[in-house]
Design a protein around this ligand. Structure first.
Ligand code: TRP
Length: 229
């Protein structure tokens, strides 16, 4: 029944024709799906039935109208509930789908709330051992993720947000734990992060400040290949 609610609005996605009434209705169904995604007793079956895939058409919409913002945010909530479980099976499932590019696009173009949930999903994927390996497996993947993180940093210079700075720093720090990715970060870590532009914000969050310091320490080491044995 919940799935029918979701599929029922596909025809309103493109061209965008979702009314706020229809959006509210499908988001109520999605809220129930979020419970299925977060509860241990239902999560496996939820993945096995590939329910998240049915949300992807909603997540790929680009309309800035309220009903669409609400729909995307609620779908992200389901994805967020899944990854919050820290279950490697969830990450394994997500890596087999195209959720990463979808999240990256929302991190680029979404509103602050959507960006926050989208980067939360990416952060959870990165924190997983297999997830980090997957993203760092090809230069293209690494580059796609870092390009969006870098753009978010530049955006933060204009529009400060602790809610976003924290997961951004966490994502960079996690990437720096991967040998090849660290070499990439040495080249591409954006200037505002190196310049201490966010120090005043970090002053209010010692944990993130510590991660930031560790990140800068790592990227300031000389390239790995010239370190003598
Ligand atoms: N199928 C794509 C790939 O494997 C998925 C993808 C697109 C992707 N952009 C990405 C994965 C960025 C990780 C990061 O490359």
């Amino acid at each position: 029944m919940l799935l029918q609610e979701v599929i029922g609005i596909y025809s309103l996605l493109s061209p965008p024709a979702l009314t706020s009434h229809a959006s509210t209705r499908v988001c109520n169904a999605l809220a129930l799906m979020q419970s299925l995604a977060s509860h241990e007793a239902t999560r496996q079956a939820f993945l096995q039935a590939q329910i998240p895939l049915y949300l992807y058409p909603c997540l790929s919409t680009t309309s800035k109208a309220r009903p669409f913002e609400y729909l995307r945010l609620t779908c992200l909530g389901v994805m967020g509930a899944l990854v919050k479980s820290d279950d490697p099976k969830v990450i394994e499932f997500l890596l087999s789908t195209e959720i990463i590019p979808l999240c990256l696009r929302i991190m680029e173009t979404g509103n602050e709330l959507s960006r926050t949930v989208a980067i939360f999903v990416i952060q959870k994927i990165l924190l997983d051992r297999v997830g980090l390996e997957y993203i760092c497996q090809t230069y293209e993947r690494f580059f796609a993720v870092v390009t969006v993180l870098n753009a978010m940093v530049l955006h933060l210079v204009e529009q400060r947000s602790m809610r976003l700075l924290k997961p951004i720093v966490r994502c960079y720090l996690r990437l720096s734990e991967h040998k090849k990715a660290l070499e990439g970060l040495k080249q591409t870590l954006p200037i505002p992060l190196r310049d201490g532009i966010f120090d005043d914000m970090l002053g209010e969050d010692p944990m993130t400040a510590k991660m930031m310091a560790e990140l800068l320490n790592r990227v300031s080491q000389p390239p790995a290949d010239i370190i003598l044995p």
